[in-house]
Each structure stands twice: as C-alpha cells, then as structure tokens.
Design a protein around this ligand. Structure first.
Ligand SMILES: *[C@@H]1O[C@H](CO)[C@@H](O)[C@H](O)[C@H]1NC(C)=O
Ligand SMILES: *[C@@H]1O[C@H](CO)[C@@H](O)[C@H](O)[C@H]1NC(C)=O
Ligand SMILES: *[C@@H]1O[C@H](CO)[C@@H](O)[C@H](O)[C@H]1NC(C)=O
Ligand SMILES: *[C@@H]1O[C@H](CO)[C@@H](O)[C@H](O)[C@H]1NC(C)=O
Ligand SMILES: *[C@@H]1O[C@H](CO)[C@@H](O)[C@H](O)[C@H]1NC(C)=O
Length: 622
C-alpha cells in the first residue's frame, strides 16, 4: 500500500514536471499552457525600504509589466560567515509574495555573483579571509561557500517556485559570466548546485544571461540552461541564434537586461544619466521594446526602479582608476529613486499597452506628494576622533576584513617614536580614499579615484600622532579586479624609508551614527572629521530629497538610519529620504563632515531633485 501510494505520487510528480505550469518550446514561453511573453523589469528588494515594496511593485505592474527580475545580494544575507539575516529589506520571500499578490511573476537572479554595481558584486567581504579563496571560479573554497549560500536561499525561496504555487518562473546561473571567463566546469558546478535536491531541485528552469558577443554568450552558456542575452536586443538575439548550438540551451529569446540608460559614478565631470526630458531617446527605447514584443520575444528593463545604495552598499567599477557608484541607484529608471513615475514610464506603458491592450494594463498608482523641510540648523556635536571604539593593537597594519569589518572606515593610528619625514605610502595601493592627519590636522588626501593618486609628504616629530582614515568607497563589482578586493591598508605603511610599526586600529562600519563625546570643535580647512547634529519636525510625513549646501563629503543618518554618502563633486547632490524613515516630531539628523570647512551648518529637504557637479576640492596633483 505504502509503496503503491509512493509510486502514484512519483508518477504524478513526473507528469506535473513534464507539463509544468511554466515551460517553453523553441520559440515561446508557455505559462499554464498558453504562449507567454515575459514583459519584465528589474527591481531589487534590498535597495528598497521594505515598507515601500507594495508601492513600487504596484507601479511596475501598472506600467504593464508581468514579471519582476530580482538580484539577491549575498553579502546582506550572510554578513558574517554562517549567519543568515533574512528580515527587513532582506526578506526576499516576502517581496516575492507581495509581487505574486499583485499579479507579477518573478525571475530570480541569485548570483552568487550578481554585479549589480553592488559592493563586490554581491560577495560578502569575509570571503577574502577564507584561505585559498578564488571567487567566480571552479575553486573548492568558493564553491563550498556558494553552495551553503544557495542552499540557505533555497530554504526560503524553493516554496515560491511556480511548480510549488509561487511566482518564480526561472532562476539565473551566475551573471554575465562570459564577460569574465569561459570555465564551463565552474558554471556547470553552479548549475548542478541549483538543481540539487538540497537547493531548488531538478525541476527548476535555469537560464544564463550574457552580452551579445560570441565570446560572451558562449563563455556563459551551459547545457541544460536556456542561453539568453542582454544589452541591444537585435545584436543579442542574433548572437544567440548564431553561436549557441547546444539544443538544451535553445528556446525563446529574452533580453535579460534592456538598458534604458545607465548608472551614475562619483566624479566632478560625470553628469547624471537619464533620458527623461529627451524625446528622441525615449522614442528609441519605445522602438526597441516594440521590436522585441513584435518578435514574440521577452525582455527585462534594467532598471525599472533602481532604488538606493543605503549605507555603504554601492560597488565600484574600475577604468583607469576606481569609479565608485553613487549612493543613488536612480539609474535614470522609469520609476525614479523616490518612486515617481516619469515621462519614460508613461512612454513605455503606452508601448506595452499597444501590444497587450490597454484593458490589460492596470490603472496608474497614485503618487504621494513630496515634502519640503525648511533649513535644519545642525551644530557640531563632537569630533569623530573623540568618539572612537576600542582599538585593536597591531605591530603592522591589517586589512579591514581581518578586523571582521565589511564596509565604512578604518582608522589606523601611529604615534611617532622618533622624528622622521618623507612621502607616505599606505600599503600596496590606496583602498580607497585615505585622509592623512598629523596631530588631528589634515595634511592630505590619497584616493584611488584619481589615476595618479596624490603624493602626501609628512613630517613627524617624536610623539606626533599620525592618523590614516581609510574609506572603503565600494569594492569593485565588475572585471578582473574583483578577484582581490581587500580594503583598509594591505601591506606596511612607510614614511620615506621607514616602515612604521606600532598601530592602534579602529573599525568604523557606522551602520548607525557614532555617539559623539562633546568636545571643542574648531572648523578650519584642515580639521579632523566632525559630527553635526540637528532635530526637526515635519507637518506631514512624506518623501523628500536632502540637500547639503556647503558640505564637502561624508555620511548622513536620519533617525539612526544610514542614508549613505554625500559628496559635493556629484553628480548626486541630494540624498533620498523616504517618508517611511520619518516621524512628525523630533526627527534626529546626524551628519559626518569628513572635510569640514566652516561653511556647513544647514540641511534642507527639497521637492525637486538636484543633480550636478562641483569642482573637486581634493583633486589630483597636477
Ligand atoms: C511553440 O508554441 C506556440 C504556442 O503554442 C506555437 O504557436 C508554436 O508553433 C510552437 N513552436 C514550436 C517550434 O513548436
Ligand atoms: C573627466 O573627463 C575627462 C575627459 O573626458 C576624462 O579623461 C577623465 O577621466 C574624467 N575624469 C573623471 C574623474 O571622471
Ligand atoms: C508572433 O506570433 C504571432 C501569433 O502567434 C504570429 O502571427 C507572428 O508571426 C509571430 N511573429 C514572429 C516574428 O515570430
Ligand atoms: C627630514 O629629515 C632629514 C633627516 O632625515 C632632515 O635633515 C630634514 O631637516 C627633515 N626635514 C624636515 C622638513 O623635517
Ligand atoms: C612589514 O614590515 C616588517 C618589518 O620590515 C616585515 O617583517 C613585514 O613582512 C612587512 N609586512 C608586509 C606585509 O610587507
């Protein structure tokens, strides 16, 4: 009896998996047996405050989308090796359930590498400290860590596969791996991990997503996973048809990342990327999407809503030098960082409606008004260097990860035992921005943002205090450099010919603001970092953009929440402050001024966002 039952269950299972609620033939996805085009957009829950998930998902649905593509950032879920933090903005399962309730399907992009212009492409920083680790490779240490991550994730998300009644249609293997390598054993190992019973199981539909060039699309492809392309759809679809011959990777075409515009990077000559207000560019987007839909093909708009790199979640690219991503991940998206639906949104909605019929596009979602907050007067509450945690004592510097720290700042302090002078060399390279102080006065800035970082000469007397405040500006998320992304100081500090020994090292990850010790604060061009504090009420709670006139560079917290970095050089000139982080009375704002000048003092909330650039006060040596 028992065996018979088991056999029946087994056969039933096979039948269901062969038919399945979601499947495809050579040219068409089939959802519940009917031809289905994925009309998708990317929107990552971990960049959106979770109280805003229903609003953002509803707006995506009302643009005509039927599917949300979502990266998952491993570093946020497993910040410490062996931990699992799946609450708040990391409650991916909850996000997917809300999406399903709103009539949206999901395509899951779990990495382990995702790029996404996120800190180290999603890798947790502790991977650096695991012996023998080589990320994105067929490396035992990396595969072991990845398997544990994918299994933990599957515990939360397997019940949400479409086969189990959830919204997840497909799961992506790695991300644009063909732009990086062509080790099919590695991609095969990840495929097998995802398909194993201890992860998503053998029925999960897998796909790979690569750039539309021969080396990329072939490099990323793996048997048993649909091969898809991203970027320009005409190039990508043609490349897929031409270069992929393995029948188990062929199927309907999907542009897995159709870019409306592009991301923003900090630099005094980078302007904000957007097509908004540019009719011609918007028409080009409409024409591309129209073409894809007429091919009976599928797409995902990258990003339909980008969100925010809260705290220090941003990654960096590497060109000739470090190109850190701004706090805002607005991405020129149809639903902007604050959830406003712009002209790009309405244009795309029209294009989609012309294919699926306007009756099939839900009504627009109401936009809550933005609020203004008049000048908030902030006063200095203390020096950062008077509010330090207990140090670790080391003969020679150790990197940030060795301290168990992922992001933020690390302060390295040395007290001179003898007079000396010369050029400061802090480890093998600046990682990334080093503010140099002697006896609390700033004497220079060494930054990997500059192709040729500044040369800083230091002269110390006996007992002088040398401070090196090292800021992680974002681990590289793309390209060959991702292999080695330790931060802080890696190697020795030399002053002229002298190796400096004897260090007090302070970890400053700063998820919440440091508690200031009141002290006399002098504000001049060479002051050490100063904490400012203010309080404010609002008439009505709502979204706003914080503007910091006269402030150079630093970090802002409101009611204890780290809103991210500000930096006068731009292009970002305002920080998004969502109403869900505010209350009517007694809001507390803390601003860290890394480079105070005496010009700072007020912060205000504005309704119309500013983008723009200012000269870099610390620019590279000429
Ligand atoms: C795929 O399925 C669609 C919808 O049922 C059908 O129109 C099409 O002919 C099929 N294509 C192939 C190659 O079987
Ligand atoms: C500024 O623009 C010039 C010319 O386009 C470019 O070479 C340089 O790399 C840019 N600098 C930064 C910091 O982006
Ligand atoms: C798309 O599908 C429709 C309806 O099945 C069909 O008439 C049309 O020829 C297809 N277009 C392409 C480019 O395959
Ligand atoms: C630097 O050190 C040398 C000796 O090593 C000394 O002669 C010189 O005066 C010092 N210069 C300064 C600016 O302290
Ligand atoms: C730092 O300098 C000390 C003394 O010269 C040396 O023993 C040590 O190996 C150096 N560390 C590194 C990482 O170069």
């Amino acid at each position: 009896m028992f065996f018979q039952k088991a056999l029946v269950a087994f056969c039933l299972f096979l039948t269901v998996s062969a038919v399945g609620p979601f499947t495809y033939n050579h040219s068409t996805f089939l959802l519940h047996g009917k031809p289905f085009q994925i009309i998708g957009g990317q929107m990552d829950p971990q960049r959106i405050p979770h109280p805003l998930w229903p609003d953002r998902l509803a707006k995506a649905r009302a643009m005509g989308l039927n599917t949300i593509f979502s990266y998952v950032y491993w570093d946020q879920l497993e910040p410490i090796k062996g931990s699992w933090e799946s609450t708040g903005n990391n409650d991916i399962a909850k996000y997917f359930k809300i999406a399903q309730e709103q009539g949206l399907n999901i395509v899951l992009r779990p990495g382990p590498y995702v790029c996404g212009e996120h800190e180290w492409g999603g890798f947790p920083s502790w991977l650096s400290e695991v012996p023998g680790m080589v990320v994105r490779s067929n490396n035992k240490a990396f595969l072991t860590a990845s398997e544990s991550y994918l299994q933990n994730l599957a515990k939360d998300l397997k019940p949400l596969l479409i086969e189990n009644g959830g919204p997840i249609l497909m799961v992506q293997v790695e991300n644009e791996y063909g732009s990086y390598g062509d080790d099919h054993e590695y991609i095969g190992a990840l495929r097998d991990m995802l398909k194993s019973e201890s992860a998503f199981g053998p029925d999960v539909h897998l796909y790979t997503n690569d750039g539309g060039q021969e080396s990329m699309i072939k490099g990323g492809q793996i048997s048993g996973a649909l091969a898809e392309s991203d970027g320009d759809p005409k190039t990508g679809f043609a490349a897929r048809d031409k270069y992929i011959t393995d029948p188990s990777s062929l199927g309907p075409q999907l542009d897995g990342e159709y870019y409306v515009t592009w991301l923003d990077q900090w630099a005094s000559n980078n302007t904000h990327q957007t097509d908004s207000g540019n009719g011609k560019s918007i028409q080009a987007v409409q024409s591309d999407l129209d073409w894809i839909l007429k091919q009976n093909a599928s797409f995902s708009i990258y990003m339909v809503h980008g969100g925010t790199n809260w705290g220090f979640q941003n990654g960096a690219d590497w060109g000739d030098a470090l190109e850190p991503i701004t706090t805002s991940y607005d991405y020129g998206a149809p639903i902007d960082e604050s959830g406003r639906m712009n002209d790009i949104y309405h244009a795309i909605r029209q294009t989609i409606a012309s294919h699926i019929g306007s009756d099939n596009v839900p009504d627009l979602v109401k936009e809550e008004p933005l609020i203004e907050i008049p000048d908030i007067k902030l006063t200095p509450s203390g020096k950062l260097f008077d509010s330090l945690p207990d140090p670790v004592w080391k003969e020679f510097p150790v990197n940030m990860e060795a301290l168990g720290q992922a992001v933020g700042f690390t302060l390295y302090r040395h007290v001179a035992v003898t007079a000396m002078n010369g050029t400061i060399q802090a480890g093998d390279a600046p990682r990334d921005r080093i503010l140099v102080y002697v006896n609390g006065h700033r004497v220079g800035v060494i930054d990997s943002l500059y192709v040729t970082p500044n040369i800083v000469e230091v002269s110390l007397d006996k007992h002088d205090v040398l401070d090196l405040l090292v800021e992680n500006m974002g681990r590289v998320n793309y390209g060959a450099r991702i292999v080695e992304q330790r931060k802080g100081i890696v190697g020795n500090v030399t002053l002229g010919d002298n190796v400096l020994s004897g260090w007090q090292i302070y970890s400053l990850p700063l998820p919440s603001p440091p508690e200031p010790s009141p002290s006399d604060v002098e504000l001049s061009g060479t002051s050490s970092p100063v904490l400012f504090e203010g309080h404010f009420d609002v008439d009505t709670v709502g979204d706003t953009f914080l503007e910091l006139p006269g402030w150079t560079k630093g970090v802002v917290w409101v009611n204890g929440i780290n809103l991210g970095r500000y930096w006068t050089i731009g292009p970002q000139q305002t920080l998004y402050l969502p109403g869900c982080y505010l209350q009517e009375k007694k809001n507390r704002i803390t601003v860290l001024a890394l480079e105070p000048t005496g010009q700072e003092g007020n912060v205000r909330g504005i309704k119309t966002r500013n983008w723009g650039n200012n000269p870099d006060p610390d620019g590279p040596s000429k």
